[in-house]
Design a protein around this ligand. Structure first.
Ligand SMILES: [Cu+2]
Length: 148
């Protein structure tokens, strides 16, 4: 399993997200079940879906990211991503963030990702209730109760 060209969205505080292709070069399916980084007190694996109003929202993937044998899963803005729920320090373009992914078999993979300025990836975080403000951006959203 390798991660190439990963990157993290620059942010001053609150939430950010990491993207990049997860490449499975083995002959068995792999499932990423958790991500950790010193850059955030909590990380989640997110997918982006349309809610009932057609608005794009992101939500936690309870079953993890599955990467097919000899295949890849591309984490990208508007799609699946690794969510940094609560940054421990500002992420500035040019910084490097180290991530550790844990797989369903308890193996791990460590990779570094540079921070880049990026204007998109502002989908609302869907916490499973209906009183979220769909026009919210990451930075303005109160995610204090995000751990379900
Ligand atoms: Cu997210």
């Amino acid at each position: 399993m390798t991660v190439v060209d990963a990157w993290v969205k620059a942010a001053d505080e609150g939430m950010s997200a990491a993207f990049g292709p997860l490449i499975n070069d083995s002959d068995r399916e792999l499932t990423v079940v958790a991500a950790e980084s010193a850059a955030s007190t909590m990380l989640e694996l997110h997918e982006t879906v349309e809610d009932e109003t057609g608005q794009l929202v992101m939500r936690r993937v309870e079953s993890g990211f599955t990467i097919p044998a000899d295949g890849q899963l591309v984490l990208e803005p508007g799609g699946d991503h690794i969510m940094l729920m609560d940054l421990t320090a500002p992420l500035r373009a040019g910084d490097e963030v180290t991530f550790v992914l844990t797989f369903s078999d308890d193996s791990t993979l460590t990779f570094d990702a540079p921070v880049k300025d990026y204007a998109g990836a502002n989908e609302s975080y869907h916490e499973g209730d209906e009183h979220g403000d769909h026009t919210d951006s990451h930075g303005e959203h109160d995610h204090g109760e995000a751990d379900h």
